[in-house]
Design a protein around this ligand. Structure first.
Ligand code: CMP
Length: 141
């Protein structure tokens, strides 16, 4: 089915000037960018976005990292977009990510891991709505 998913290019990959290379991977693999914005997340935005991880020991570091510089946020649309994006990203820990994945090629560590992608249809719906109004999504599906 055609799905939407939420993708974030994190501060490490933005700082590396890798937005275009990562966008090319999405587009070459059937994912369309249907909404996008570059933002500097506030602490409140990062905490709200990652609220499900609030009790985790890495939460404060995660929020600190995600507010350390600009991020590029996009909604991706395509056939099986949620799983396709997760395959393109590779494992959360770049040491465990398959060769040729975004994290294997651009990420430094489990924290500075280049990209975020929604992990389920429920989180995709919540995460797309967290950043984009319905009217900001230029669906071509
Ligand atoms: P992301 O997909 O953005 O969702 C939560 C993030 O927490 C995850 O990617 C990692 O970048 C980050 N994180 C930092 N430390 C850890 C850790 N020890 N285990 C899992 N995720 C971590």
């Amino acid at each position: 089915a055609v799905e939407r998913t939420l993708s974030i290019i994190k501060p490490d990959a933005v700082a590396k000037n890798a937005i275009g290379e990562i966008y090319a991977r999405f587009e070459k693999n059937g994912l369309r960018i249907v909404a996008a914005k570059m933002m500097q997340l506030s602490q409140a935005q990062a905490e709200g976005f990652y609220a499900e991880h609030k009790e985790r020991p890495f939460f404060n570091d995660l929020v600190g990292f995600m507010t350390s510089g600009p991020v590029m946020v996009q909604a991706l649309e395509g056939e099986n977009a949620i799983a396709t994006n997760r395959e393109l990203m590779g494992a959360t820990d770049p040491q465990k990510a398959d060769a040729g994945t975004i994290r294997a090629d651009f990420a430094q560590s489990v924290e500075a891991n280049a990209v975020h992608g929604s992990d389920s249809s429920e989180s995709a719906a919540r995460e797309v709505a967290f950043f984009f109004e319905d009217g900001e999504i230029c669906s071509r599906g």
